[in-house]
Design a protein around this ligand. Structure first.
Ligand code: CA2
Length: 144
């Protein structure tokens, strides 16, 4: 089984700026934790980060036939991007949406997600653990 992990814009800055909001863990740390969890679960991971909406869409277009499920933190695009939503839908794959922060306890605009209603589920507010919980949830869904 192969899970595609996708990180949206600015998440490459994790651990270097705004630690009071997003913590001090880097994206490489999160990827390493996910890799360890995937190994335990006996699944393959493919990881991708981009600051460009179009690159994320093109990447997602390669998912059908290769990925079994998508774990995504769409970052700011969560709240704005119809094209990312369309690309996720077009993949035909189960999607789990994750956020480091509790998007429901921040500014009003972060409470809107264009991904949540097409996702299997959303995990938000647990810092890097959101990714690990999201991965376990996605695998539970895929394994029925
Ligand atoms: O909490 C999350 O995971 C978010 O997806 C993060 C996004 C934000 O726009 C969403 O509302 C919630 C922001 C990602 C930017 O990450 C940074 C990390 C370090 C420094 C600056 C930005």
């Amino acid at each position: 089984m192969e899970i595609w992990v996708i990180h949206g814009p600015n998440l490459n800055l994790l651990g270097t700026r705004e630690p009071e909001v997003y913590g001090s863990t880097t994206l490489a740390d999160i990827d390493a934790q996910l890799e360890a969890a995937a190994k335990e679960e006996g699944v393959e991971l493919s990881r991708f980060q981009s600051n460009h909406e179009g690159e994320l869409v093109e990447h997602l277009q390669g998912a059908p036939g290769r990925a079994d499920g998508i774990l995504i933190n769409p970052a700011g695009l969560t709240h704005t991007s119809v094209v990312l939503r369309d690309a996720l839908l077009a993949s035909g794959l189960p999607v789990v949406e994750v956020h480091l922060s509790n998007v429901h306890a921040r500014e009003e605009f972060r409470r809107t997600s264009l991904v949540a209603d097409i996702a299997v589920g959303q995990v938000a507010g647990f810092g890097p653990a959101s990714y690990l919980l999201g991965l376990r949830g996605l695998l539970a869904h895929l394994r029925g």
